[in-house]
Design a protein around this ligand. Structure first.
Ligand code: G1P
Length: 298
């Protein structure tokens, strides 16, 4: 019997240097895609995948994240008194259950592997999910956002799972890359991984997109793993070691992933999510037409 995936780790300690000056005083995870913080979209995805406990690995100057996932007494009281029932109900629907969030701090920016390791005491001895909060996903034809498809693959294969997507070969050096073994099309066995390979040396053009299901044995490995690409403790390097004794499967996510850590990905996400909203789509289409964009259904 496979253990269910109940807990998710969200590493949110990054400084957001790719997005200055917007992120000087506001955590990058709190920038909004339409009217929801990026991080709220990611938590929504985790909830959809059945996650019950959210572990945020934060850093200094990120206190507003904790406030966002708490009740806001003055605001709730004001909405109730003013009869704003719809807005009040929406806030309440987003509020995590009491005790369903934990916050721990990564005290120094030592890398993703170190950030995940900082959650070891709260995760304990059970498999868990990791969601990189720069990535916002929209479900595709199979249904379910990216972590939902990862949990389905975990139910099928067990072990460790991660989502991947194709990129043009000239972009592989920016990401973690997997090598493909036995393949059923949607999921496949991972036979190798490399973090930020030198141009021309990647084993495939399938990048790790930031949704993982990992077994708790990763923590002992991350404690000892040496600094890798960029002088940081890399999660991928820990996974390479774990793959010596445990299985890893990749999931070709069939929806869309927006890298909201980049300006272009962030802008694209805002347009894509707004076009899904019946209250915003007609006006936005009109605006896009006025810019001279008249194409496929817009
Ligand atoms: C991290 C991971 C990398 C992954 C990427 C996705 O890299 O280390 O394996 O492909 O996220 O965005 P970073 O973006 O932190 O350099």
């Amino acid at each position: 019997m496979k253990k269910p995936i109940r807990k998710a780790v969200l590493p949110v300690a990054g400084l957001g240097t790719r997005f200055l000056p917007a992120t000087k005083a506001i955590p990058k995870e709190m920038l909004t895609v339409v009217d929801r913080p990026i991080l709220q979209h990611v938590v929504d995805e985790a909830r959809e995948a059945g996650i019950e406990h959210f572990i945020f690995v934060t850093g200094r100057n990120k206190g507003v994240i904790e406030d966002h996932f708490d009740s806001s007494y003055e605001l709730e009281d004001t909405l109730k008194r003013r009869g704003k029932a719809v807005e009040y109900a929406a806030l309440m629907a987003d509020l995590p259950a009491p005790g369903a969030t934990s916050f721990t701090r990564q005290q120094a920016p030592l890398g993703l592997g170190h950030a995940v390791w900082c959650a070891r005491e709260i995760v304990g001895d059970e498999p868990f999910a990791v969601l990189l909060p720069d990535m916002v996903t929209k479900s595709g034809p199979r249904g379910g956002r990216c972590l939902v498809q990862c949990v389905e693959a975990y139910d099928q294969h067990g072990g460790n799972v991660m989502a991947v997507e194709e990129v043009p070969p000239q972009e592989t050096h920016q990401y973690g890359i997997v090598a493909v073994g036995r393949d059923d099309g949607h999921t496949f066995e991972i036979t190798g991984m490399v973090e930020k390979p030198k141009p021309g040396s990647a084993p495939s053009n399938l990048i790790i997109t930031g949704r993982y299901i990992l077994q708790p044995e990763i923590f002992q490995i991350l404690e000892l793993v040496e600094k890798g690409a960029g002088g940081e403790v890399q999660l991928t390097d820990g996974m390479i070691q774990l793959a010596r004794t445990q299985s890893f499967h990749g999931v070709r996510f069939d929806g869309r992933t927006y890298d909201c850590g980049s300006r272009l990905g962030f802008l694209s996400a805002n347009i894509a999510f707004a076009l899904d909203r019946s209250d915003l789509a007609p006006g936005l289409k009109e605006a896009l037409r006025s810019f001279g964009f008249v194409s496929k259904g817009v």
